[in-house]
Design a protein around this ligand. Structure first.
Ligand SMILES: [Zn+2]
Length: 462
């Protein structure tokens, strides 16, 4: 039986198994779900075994385990490593869900006329990594597994993948592969398939500005002593010029400039500015001069205040001159900016621009490296060919504004190119109430992954 015929014949079972996995509330952030997170790992291990893996094991870490699986058919053939995560974001606020987050239901929507699975984790990432296990099963059952396959499915992606680095470093030999497939991103649309080739990194800072040693009466002292909230606002405002260019010295030194052709190709992605503004109910967009909206979120770094607080925010009025003001500030980074370096530049600059009337403290919370994936590697070309086969259209390479820090880790430590082979849509409500994943996306993903293996073997042997 062909791979396609096997998938067709087992459609209901493939779907029901995913629904079973979605019923396990594997929320890694909340200790109350600890047993469920372990249960999800067990589910993944058993799925790998049933699909035909020779090795399927739960590897303990200091946190939640990593499930490893493999099927080596011939060590002279290319090897594909699949990465995914079985943990999910918390489902709160529950009251905003139209159906309970861990009781999956299939409903039709305007974007998914053939139905979408509504459940926490359906798109991020259970529905997406499970496609790989089903594609593997279909290839095994049809006797057509063209490459060796390895799986590394972790349970801490939503809480920072704290134990993944260690695992990767300790298991480099075992994880050796020629390409890494990650399905944890989205495409432009079902009509316009795309492959993500760039992700932004991040540096997350918190600042504290202190004026006087206590809150003061704004009548007695106002106008004579620095108000740290006013000062903080001025400092933040000064960190961008009139062209929305970030003014921290050295900030752009390592930013990779794209060629005219690369920028053109990026801007070929279908994008309607009026629709974009309409959906957000904004009269105009805002951003760095000289760049399109696609470029602003894809290839340019940012600096944004995520929260700012201080002083009196209760009912009515209180005439206080506060002692302290705080802000959380994040910067999205692009290749080759290094987040440690950027955090340092921020700190130096923030301290330098603070007037003598205040004291400042700067703390770096966390960060992650930006990444760019080749759009001409054998892996990319195989992914392109596979999508062209199943979608009937050549995928567009895109840059996503978000961050997946593990991509840079894999590039550095494992040396093989990750392919961001996502099949979700940006309307899937990831991390939000009513997260969903198209039934059609699930099945076309399984077919495309199987096609990838065929093309990857062919292209590798050329
Ligand atoms: Zn994810």
């Amino acid at each position: 039986m062909s791979v396609a015929a096997f998938i067709e014949k087992n459609k209901d079972r493939f779907l029901n198994e995913l629904l079973d996995l979605l019923r396990i509330p594997s929320v890694s952030a909340d200790p109350k779900f600890k047993n469920d997170v372990f249960a999800a790992a067990q589910f993944v291990k058993e799925s790998l075994q049933k699909a035909g893996a020779d090795v399927a094991e739960i590897c303990e870490t200091a946190g939640y385990p990593i499930v490893y699986g493999e099927k080596i058919i011939d060590s002279s053939l290319p090897t594909v490593l699949v990465y995914g995560h079985y943990d999910v974001q918390p489902a709160d606020p529950y009251e905003l869900w139209d159906s309970p987050p861990f009781e999956p239901v299939i409903k039709k929507t305007s974007i998914h006329p053939e139905g979408a699975i509504f459940a926490r984790g359906s798109a991020d990432d259970k529905g997406q990594f499970y496609m790989h296990i089903k594609a593997f099963e279909a290839m095994m059952a049809s006797g057509e597994l063209p490459c060796n396959i390895k799986f590394m499915i972790e349970g801490e992606e939503e809480v920072g993948s704290d134990n993944l680095d260690k695992f990767v470093l300790a298991n480099k030999e075992r994880l050796k592969s020629d390409v890494i497939l990650i399905s944890d991103t989205h495409m432009i649309s079902m009509k316009d398939p795309s492959i993500t080739v760039g992700l932004r990194g991040m540096a997350y800072m918190e600042v504290e500005v202190t004026g006087s040693n206590r809150d003061l009466h704004s009548g007695t002292y106002g106008g004579a002593v620095a108000n740290p909230i006013n000062v903080l606002c001025q400092m933040i405002a000064s960190m961008k010029d009139e062209n929305e260019h970030i003014t921290i010295p050295g900030f752009y030194d390592k930013v990779q400039e794209l060629t005219v052709q690369q920028r053109q190709r990026l801007n070929e992605a279908p994008f309607n500015l009026d629709e974009y503004k309409g959906k957000l109910d904004i009269a105009d967009v805002h951003g760095e001069k000289g760049y399109t909206t696609i470029e602003r979120v894809g290839i340019r770094p940012t600096l944004d205040v995520n929260g700012i607080w201080g002083g009196y925010t209760g009912e009515g009025a209180k005439t206080v001159l506060p002692s302290k003001a705080f802000a959380k500030i994040s910067m999205r980074l692009v290749p080759d900016q290094d987040w440690h370096e950027i955090a340092q530049l921020f700190e130096t600059h923030f301290k330098a621009i603070a007037p003598a009337s205040v004291k400042v403290k700067v703390k770096a919370h966390h960060g992650g490296a930006p990444a760019v994936v080749s759009d001409s590697s054998v892996g990319y070309r195989a992914a392109e060919a596979a999508m062209e086969e199943t979608f009937g259209k050549r995928p567009i390479p895109t840059r996503e504004g978000g961050s997946i820090p593990i991509v840079a880790l894999f590039q550095k430590e494992l040396g093989s190119d990750p392919i961001l082979f996502g099949f979700g849509l940006d309307t899937d409500a990831l991390h939000s109430p009513n997260e969903h994943y198209g039934v059609k996306n699930y099945f076309i993903g399984i077919e495309t992954i199987a096609a990838f293996f065929k093309h990857f073997r062919e292209l590798s042997q050329q």
